[in-house]
Ligand binder design. Structure first.
Ligand code: FA5
Ligand code: MG
Length: 459
């Protein structure tokens, strides 16, 4: 990978994270600003909306079948985050434009799936002492170099869950009917519901959602898929019933009837895979990804003779709906006007404190001549341009005072072939009105840093 010109030079030789020291190198792109979020553990702060949401979801995956866990240290190896899960070498998620590297071997986890293998191994180790425990949930902070808007923040929280079933030890595929029957019996234990669920796609699709034919029978996959879907539907119904109750009791709008749908998805570590979407305020909203765990992963995680499902969901996405929280930055607020509104065990609608004025500023520039957009395949050795680098640069200057950054114009000069971009930045604090001097000062810094770090020419 070419050394990108878009990083401030790494001046420290070590990064200290959760009392561990990690050496830095060419790959390091984790900033102090990002690291300042490590250790807040908002999901343990019992009156915080993320903790209230965690409890509500965990209550749907209770002991003794599920252990409910959290993971404090966000540093994981590239092996845990990508390799073990079967991410191909050229997967965009591995890129420094998308992921915060601590150094070439370690990253800030981009998803809770980084812990799958460890929890499968733990289920195996605890088999004798806790035979009923065949599943887990784990919540943690995850980190992505991503867009800036009201539903994206470089740090957010995911909860992962999984459940496994034992198969006969010898030639499990030959005895798959037995395993399928066991799973179907467990499915019967989950109460049915009467919410309309759209699920138009076949469980198995030869190209998009293939059967892991070496390992599973169709019958097993149908049973695992049905168990997974009903478990997650019930969780979502529980949550949205609570949200509607809260809306109704605060004298709000008539709750809409819940509508849910399953769509085909792709993950390197599950097949078949799905996403669950909920119709909310006029739009379909993706709340989780899930699927039948790839058997190779289970084989490599000390549980070769078990099959099962896994899911991963975004806690903020759900909490924003539950509590009617309009901006994802609010979760990190230390402002009492935010914090005092929530109490453990209750869902209440957030009352916005006064909304401060937005301040929009545009910046337009020419990309360096050889730059191309969209990743690392720069033709002619130019500096690759990636939008996430603009986002990170703005974040580095404006931090939580930037609400949104969006590309509003993009064109290529017909004669010179040079590309021009225009971004609109919305500066707005959640807590106070920004002064003109402040916003002008930040915007000037953004302009000069774009030139310095990305080599663009301002227009
Ligand atoms: C994953 O991260 C997979 N690890 C999920 C998974 C787990 C699949 C286990 C299969 C088995 P994805 O990138 O789609 O997938 O993220 C999962 C969920 O996290 C999304 O559905 C969404 O609810 C939430 N999410 C993703 N990106 C963001 C973001 N930038 N801000 C807030 N929430 C997000
Ligand atoms: Mg997704």
């Amino acid at each position: 990978t070419s050394t990108q010109a878009n990083q401030s030079p790494q001046t420290k030789s070590n990064l200290k994270i959760e009392d561990e020291t990690y050496p830095t190198d060419q790959w390091t792109n984790t900033t102090d600003q990002i690291l300042s979020h490590v250790g807040r553990r908002l999901y343990l702060d019992e009156n915080h909306p993320l903790a209230i949401t965690r409890k509500l979801i965990e209550s749907q995956f209770p002991a003794p079948v599920f252990g409910n866990h959290f993971e404090k240290n966000p540093v994981v190896t590239t092996r845990q985050n990508f390799d073990v899960l079967g991410f191909p070498q050229d997967h965009p998620g591995r890129s420094r434009t998308d992921t915060y590297y601590v150094n070439d071997k370690t990253v800030l986890r981009t998803h809770t799936s980084a812990h799958q293998q460890a929890y499968f191994q733990q289920l195996n180790r605890n088999e004798k002492t806790r035979p009923e425990e065949v599943g887990y949930t784990v919540i943690a902070d995850v980190y992505r170099r991503d867009a800036i808007d009201r539903s994206h923040y470089p740090v957010f929280h995911q909860m992962e869950g999984a459940m496994l079933w034992k198969r006969p030890d010898n030639n499990p595929l030959a005895q798959s009917a037995e395993t399928a029957a066991k799973i179907r019996a467990d499915l019967e234990l989950i109460p049915a519901h009467d919410v309309v669920v759209e699920d138009p796609n076949p469980t198995i699709h030869a190209q998009r959602n293939p059967l892991q034919a070496e390992h599973h029978s169709e019958e097993e996959v149908e049973a695992i898929g049905a168990h997974l879907k009903r478990s997650l539907e019930r969780m979502v119904i529980k949550i949205f019933t609570e949200a509607n109750k809260a809306a109704a009791s605060s004298g709000g709008e008539e709750p809409e009837p819940l509508k849910v749908r399953w769509v085909e998805a792709y993950f390197p570590f599950t097949s078949p895979s799905w996403e669950l979407e909920v119709f909310w305020q006029g739009d379909w909203l993706e709340i989780l990804g899930c699927g039948v765990i790839k058997q190779d992963l289970l084989i490599n995680s000390d549980v070769p003779n078990r099959v099962g499902w896994a899911f991963g969901l975004g806690i903020e996405r759900i909490a924003m709906l539950l509590f009617n929280i309009p901006d994802i930055r609010l979760f990190w607020s230390r402002d009492e006007r935010f914090r005092s509104q929530f109490r453990a065990g209750t869902i209440t609608r957030f009352e916005p404190f006064s909304k401060h004025p937005a301040c929009y500023k545009d910046v337009a520039f020419w990309l360096p001549p050889a730059a191309v957009t969209g990743g690392s395949s720069a033709a002619g050795g130019g500096v690759p341009f990636h939008e996430n680098d603009v986002m990170e640069l703005v974040r580095g200057i404006g931090a939580d005072l930037v609400e949104d950054v969006s590309c509003i114009d993009e064109f290529t000069h017909p004669k010179t072939g040079r590309k021009s971009m225009c971004y609109r930045i919305n500066y707005r604090s959640l807590e106070r009105t920004l002064t003109n001097e402040e916003t002008n000062g930040m915007h000037e810094k953004v302009r000069s840093k774009l030139v310095e770090d990305l080599g663009v020419e301002l227009r």
